[in-house]
Ligand binder design. Structure first.
Ligand code: NDP
Length: 329
């Protein structure tokens, strides 16, 4: 048996390039569940892996793709049988284990979850790592006291995968959502997802910088880090929380301790990759009931394996809107 995959190679000069190839099944890595992949996603981290950045991929040739959904083909894991629909996100698949940009993958059954009831395979990849992370961030903010009576929640990097799904879910939960975006052309789409106001990234960053700024946000879902996160922290209301989950604006954090000392704010780190099974199941179940996938249709783009290198460069430039779905077949 053989399968098609986008295989990423590193040349002797260190450059990284990908091409669609046909591989024999014997090339699949170790694992106890083999999955026929229906859909994979494109995430910011996939852009890094496909272009050899961030030191995420160490061994070549490699198959990228940090999330996918499909049907079990073979399994020696008692929890999964041929024909079962499954979803994979995280666990460093697509980084140090061959991932979703292929018609087939072989993985450890511990890394899978059953396709959540109520979602099609395609729906589950619209959600993907992005939606799971948005849900985990909102769960965490609420566990620290965020509630709809507290006022506006700021979502940064709002046009991207995580940000746009966070806008949609927060709005469904009844929150007033301010969407921060560097792309004014996406304002209409973000309003349609439920954002009650749109804040331009440059306007936000150009406001006079002070150690403590007027308190505006009950909570923040921060997808970008860097100077945006540094500024947002100074504007969080007394006792409010910021969920830090991304770094598209950089890994630096230039801020000061006054918002922590004088307003008692919380900075919460969010990781979706190593989340234990029970928390994943709970987050998928809550998402399934909340996220309006039909209303998100305008935010979804579909591509094949051969279009991934171009799409990778677009996501790294911050030029993707919403979610990109990859059809490997
Ligand atoms: P996307 O590229 O889809 O979205 C990122 C958004 O960030 C862009 O759409 C853009 O939004 C904004 N942005 C891009 N460049 C800059 C910049 N230079 N300065 C400020 N904002 C910028 O990525 P994802 O949604 O897939 O991921 C978002 C982040 O979250 C990434 O850093 C990713 O690695 C991280 N992540 C972390 C996870 C975790 O478990 N902690 C899981 C998933 C993702 P706009 O144009 O609207 O401003």
């Amino acid at each position: 048996m053989s399968f098609r995959a986008l295989v990423t190679h590193r040349a002797d000069d260190g450059s990284v390039a990908s091409a669609v190839e046909t591989l024999d099944d014997v090339r699949l890595p170790e694992g106890n569940v083999t999955v026929d992949i229906e859909w994979a996603g494109l995430n910011y981290k996939d852009g890094l892996c496909l272009t050899g950045q961030g030191g995420l991929v160490r061994t070549y040739p490699h198959i990228c793709g940090i999330d996918f959904t499909g049907t079990v083909r073979e399994s020696s894991d008692a929890r999964y049988a041929p024909g079962d629909a499954v979803v994979l996100t995280g666990w460093r698949v697509g980084e140090n284990h061959w991932g979703g940009y292929a018609e087939r993958a072989r993985v450890n059954g511990d890394w899978l979850v059953p396709l959540p009831k109520g979602l099609s395979a395609r729906d589950s990849m619209i959600v993907g790592t992005a939606g799971l992370t948005a849900m985990l961030a909102i769960d965490r903010l609420e566990s620290e006291g965020l509630n709809v009576a507290g006022g506006h929640v700021l979502v940064t990097g709002a046009s991207g995968g995580v940000g746009s799904i966070a806008v949609s879910i927060l709005s469904r939960l009844g929150y007033a959502v301010t969407a921060l975006s560097g792309r004014p052309e996406n304002a209409g789409a973000l309003s349609a997802l439920g954002a009650s106001s749109i804040l331009g990234r440059e306007d936000f960053l150009n406001e006079p910088d002070k150690p403590l700024e007027p308190a505006r946000w009950a909570g923040v879902v921060d997808c970008v880090g860097g100077n945006v996160l540094g500024k947002a922290l100074k504007q969080v209301k007394y006792g409010g929380s910021v969920a830090a989950l991304g770094n598209t604006a950089g890994i630096g954090l230039n801020t000061n301790v006054l918002p922590f000392l004088l307003r008692g704010i919380n900075l919460l780190g969010i990781d979706s990759v190593m989340q234990p099974y029970d928390r994943r199941i709970a987050a998928w179940a809550r998402l399934t009931g909340l996220f309006d996938i039909a209303a998100y249709a305008e935010m979804v783009e579909e591509i094949g394996l051969d279009a991934l290198p171009e799409a990778a460069s677009r996501i790294l430039r911050g030029a993707i809107k919403g979610r990109v779905l990859v059809r490997p077949g």
